[in-house]
Design a protein around this ligand. Structure first.
Ligand SMILES: NC(=O)c1ccc[n+]([C@@H]2O[C@H](COP(=O)([O-])OP(=O)(O)OC[C@H]3O[C@@H](n4cnc5c(N)ncnc54)[C@H](OP(=O)(O)O)[C@@H]3O)[C@@H](O)[C@H]2O)c1
Length: 270
């Protein structure tokens, strides 16, 4: 993946799950990485692992930030420029989810919280990064979800945030074409990570245990490996499961079938 060698990349949500696995792949391919999430401890442990795996080649800046706070987004971009002098790729990966029927939600602030992390924070961070990305003719990557392509029961707020993300980044791609800034949207299906245990229930508390059948879904490592070529080739869209790719077309002709399959996937946990 020569296209990624020496690229300066900001990767959000790097402390856990898909982001953590993607950091390993990007470091292996010679990227200079700005790793961000709220947990400084988890980021430092990742930086240590990368240093052990890559030796002196790992060029990593750890910068913890809560991306729902605008000034922390600004400080993140500034820290990247101060250290590396440029930005080539912004990967908006940080995210959170819910696990509750809408009529069982006790606190609608959950919807606002999910929108703030999954949609507003990437939009804000992208806005702040744009001057640097235009200068480098770089790339924005948005980790959306197959839940951005269809409705998903018990995930109404999450699906809404991922649909928002898709609409936003699809629009941005058109606007940025003349600036030669690429916009890549990636839609994973279910992946083993912390997101399911951390999903908010109807009261706004993390579930604490995963409702997924983890042996039947993709590992974060496999997910990261599959994402890399799409990023390197500046592709516009990667849908990561066969059912996700087929579902888009079937939905046009037989939408109620897709509703049934979404219900079955949630009930079965895979
Ligand atoms: N796993 C799946 O099944 C799946 C499927 C489709 C799409 N996705 C998407 O893939 C992306 C990565 O998810 P994952 O599954 O790897 O989840 P994860 O293991 O829970 O990781 C989420 C990451 O986001 C960070 N984060 C959460 N809130 C944040 C905030 N306010 N500010 C800064 N960082 C924050 C977390 O770090 P801290 O807690 O340290 O801040 C963590 O590093 C998400 O956008 C998710 O929607 C996941």
């Amino acid at each position: 993946m020569d296209g990624l060698m020496d690229k300066v990349v900001i990767l959000t949500g790097a402390s856990e799950g898909i982001g953590r696995a993607l950091a390993r792949e990007l470091a292996r391919l010679g990227c200079h990485l700005v790793l961000t999430a709220r947990s400084e401890t988890r980021l430092q442990s990742l930086a240590l692992e990368l240093a052990q795996e890559q030796g002196a080649q790992a060029d990593v800046l750890v910068h913890s930030a809560d991306l729902t706070h605008p000034h922390e987004c600004r400080e993140l971009i500034d820290a990247c420029i101060a250290r590396f002098g440029r930005l080539d790729i912004l990967i908006n990966n940080a995210g959170m989810t819910m696990w509750s029927r809408f009529d069982e939600l006790e606190d609608l602030a959950i919807l606002e919280q999910i929108m703030a992390v999954n949609y507003l924070a990437p939009a804000r961070l992208t806005h702040m990064a744009l001057p640097h990305l235009k200068h480098s003719q770089g790339q924005v990557v948005a980790i959306a979800s197959v839940a951005g392509l269809t409705g998903v029961p018990t995930r109404s707020g999450y699906a809404a945030s991922k649909h928002a993300m898709m609409g936003f980044f699809d629009s941005l791609r058109i606007e940025l074409a003349d600036d030669k800034v690429a916009v890549t949207v990636i839609c994973p299906d279910f992946v083993v990570s912390q997101i399911h245990k951390r999903a908010l229930d109807g009261k706004g508390n993390p579930l604490g245990t995963t409702p997924m059948k983890e042996d039947k879904i993709m590992s974060a490592e496999a997910c990261a490996v599959a994402m890399v070529p799409a990023i390197a080739c500046r592709e516009r869209l990667l849908i990561m499961s066969r059912r996700g790719r087929l579902g888009r077309w079937v939905r046009l002709l037989w939408p109620s079938l897709i509703d049934k399959l979404a219900k079955k996937a949630i009930a079965g946990g895979h």
